[in-house]
Design a protein around this ligand. Structure first.
Ligand code: FES
Length: 585
């Protein structure tokens, strides 16, 4: 955004639409006045977009119309002109094959709406897993002043006096059903108990993680990430965010001033300290790419080794997001790990991260531990490498079984998801608790969209025998709510000829998390011979968005963004009417 000649106040983009007395200026004003606005709204008020991912197809975001109204109150009160618009919404439960197939589409839609419309700033309303990174990526690329208001977690699940966390506990119960230890009646009861309100999942899954990382990046107001969706303070925070957005426009506070290398490192630190979702790694790498920064997986591991997990939240720990908020939430976590953070990073309220957390307090040490007595001595997630994952793989060690973190076992290979479904519960399947379950063709191109299929089910016959965890490997992702010794994001994926494609039934595989190794125990010559004979699978799409996705999606270690979307904005959003002027008459 350019500065005006009169001082440091940035020129309003919207004046290029509404500030002219010519035919186009009249048209821009007159057509918007069809919505009932008076001429006063065009007298130099900054236009604040409210980018809403509300949808009835996405229960996690179903309350965001109400949140938008609160944002509008704040915008009007601060002298702005709010205009709400909707984009595609990515509902994790209903959208198939996976929302990850559409994260980049939503990011593109957000970016192009911010660029093409007369917006001086934007408040981003998100919630469910991919809506948050998609909006962050789009806003980073458009680079107009932007502030995020995540929708917050839903109320905790309650069943027969027990607290249940979305995803995490449902998976445990399903294993109990498959093992014959839970009745059909009990299973049906849970359906009405697990999701008791709008809002995102109640554990430290991907949605909670990404909301926390948005705050750690400085892209929300302080204390915004974890307020429950239905808590009145969520709406008060939304109102305040609307007010603040008007000031951010006046200050020219754009994402490029906040999304610095220091802010990204803060986000990685926080991710490790909260036992965040493995998905956060893909999203942060993609976001870094949008501001022209390279974020290698090795940096995540370096930070993980020296950042303990201190948030005692499912799936790594015991508690739920409501407990986290009441215990002091993310500000309390950041205060505790403040010696490890870049405290001078600029945030959306115009203050530094250090200023924001200076008075944060912890009110429940069972939920938020200390650096001296953490939940786990290292960060939640590790990066593995080896001949099976030359470009890296990811494992959430905080939710894994300690006895499996060093493990050697024989591969039981499933060629794709259909093969897995067909054979996993076959009584004849040759598998025991020491086997390593391997799923191929579940990566960005192979599945397509890298679905959350990496939480391979434990074979029913082993569940019945009391087996609770096994080592599982794939080029897929897992839900942030998942638990177990599960290696995911193996790169390059099998569908592009990564070494995973060469694994055969009965091969020995070695996982060594302390030394960060993942090895297929065959000779280099044998591996090369197998890969030379490998044939790529047929592409899933011949036309449309799917074809574009397959042609341009990057691998997991590169963030699964499209190759043509990486790179910092060069101010394209600032002056669309100067670059592409309306005809003079
Ligand atoms: Fe939306 Fe879990 S399904 S956050």
């Amino acid at each position: 955004m350019n500065s005006s000649s009169a001082g440091n106040t940035p020129r309003l983009r919207s004046r290029d639409w509404f500030g002219k007395r010519d035919r186009w200026g009249l048209g821009h004003r007159a057509w918007l006045r069809a919505e009932g606005f008076s001429e006063l709204v065009f007298e130099g008020k900054p236009v604040i977009g409210i980018c809403n991912s509300w949808s009835e197809l996405n229960n996690c975001n179903a309350h965001l119309r109400q949140v938008a109204e609160a944002v509008k109150r704040g915008v009007w009160e601060a002298g702005g002109f709010p205009l709400e618009f909707c984009t595609i919404s990515l509902g994790e439960m209903l959208m198939k094959p996976t929302t990850m197939l559409y994260r980049n589409l939503m990011a593109m839609e957000v970016e192009e709406c911010l660029r093409a419309y007369p917006l001086d700033g934007v408040v981003l309303l998100c919630g469910c897993d991919k809506t948050t990174p998609a909006q962050l990526m789009g806003a980073a690329s458009a680079d107009i002043p932007a502030l995020m208001v995540p929708g917050g977690p839903m109320l905790r699940g309650m069943w027969r006096g027990r607290e249940i966390g979305s995803g995490t506990d449902v998976r445990r119960f399903w294993d109990e059903v498959r093992a014959g230890r839970m009745t059909e009646e009990e299973w049906c009861e849970i359906e009405s108990c697990v999701s008791r309100s709008s809002g995102h999942c109640t554990v430290m899954g991907t949605a909670s993680t990404m909301a926390c990382l948005a705050e750690a990046l400085g892209m929300t107001l302080p204390g915004c990430a974890d307020i429950p969706a239905v808590d009145s303070r969520r709406l008060a925070m939304a109102e305040e965010s609307g007010r603040r957005m008007v000031a951010m426009v006046a200050e020219g506070l754009r994402p490029s001033r906040m999304l610095t290398p220091q802010a990204l490192e803060n986000a990685i630190r926080v991710d490790m300290a909260i036992g965040g979702s493995t998905n956060a790694i893909v999203h942060l790498v993609a976001l870094a790419g949008r501001v022209g920064l390279d974020l290698p997986l090795s940096r995540f591991d370096e930070i993980s080794r020296v950042t303990p997990v201190i948030a005692n939240l499912k799936p790594s720990g015991e508690f739920l997001m409501e407990d986290f908020y009441y215990a002091g939430g993310l500000p309390a976590v950041m205060k505790e790990i403040s010696p490890l953070l870049h405290l001078d990073a600029l945030t959306a309220n115009g203050k530094t991260l250090g200023e924001n957390i200076a008075r944060a307090g912890c009110f429940n040490r069972n939920v938020i531990k200390t650096l001296g007595q953490p939940l786990r001595p290292e960060g939640g997630t590790v990066i593995l490498k080896g001949n099976l994952a030359p470009q890296g793989a990811v494992l959430k060690q905080s939710a894994a079984s300690p006895h499996l973190l060093r493990h050697k076992g024989r591969a039981v290979v499933f060629e794709n998801a259909e093969d897995l479904i067909a054979r996993i519960d076959d009584a004849q399947l040759e598998v025991d608790e020491n086997s390593i379950l391997v799923l191929k063709n579940a990566g960005p191109k192979g599945a397509p969209g890298m679905p959350e299929w990496g939480h391979l089910p434990i074979p029913a016959k082993l569940l019945k025998a009391g087996v609770k965890d096994m080592v599982r490997l794939s080029d897929a992702r897992i839900s942030g709510t998942s638990f177990g010794t599960i290696v995911v994001h193996i790169a390059p994926e099998s569908a592009v000829g990564g070494p995973l494609a060469a694994v055969k039934n009965g091969d020995w595989i070695e996982l060594d998390v302390p030394s960060r190794r993942l090895e297929l125990l065959i000779t280099d010559a044998e591996l090369n011979n197998r890969l030379a004979a490998w044939q790529p699978p047929a592409p899933h799409y011949e036309r449309g968005y799917g074809k574009m996705f397959l042609e341009h999606v990057l691998q997991a270690h590169e963030g699964c963004d499209f190759d043509f979307l990486r790179g910092a904005s060069r101010g394209e959003a600032a002056d669309p009417l100067k670059r592409f002027p309306n005809p003079a008459v």
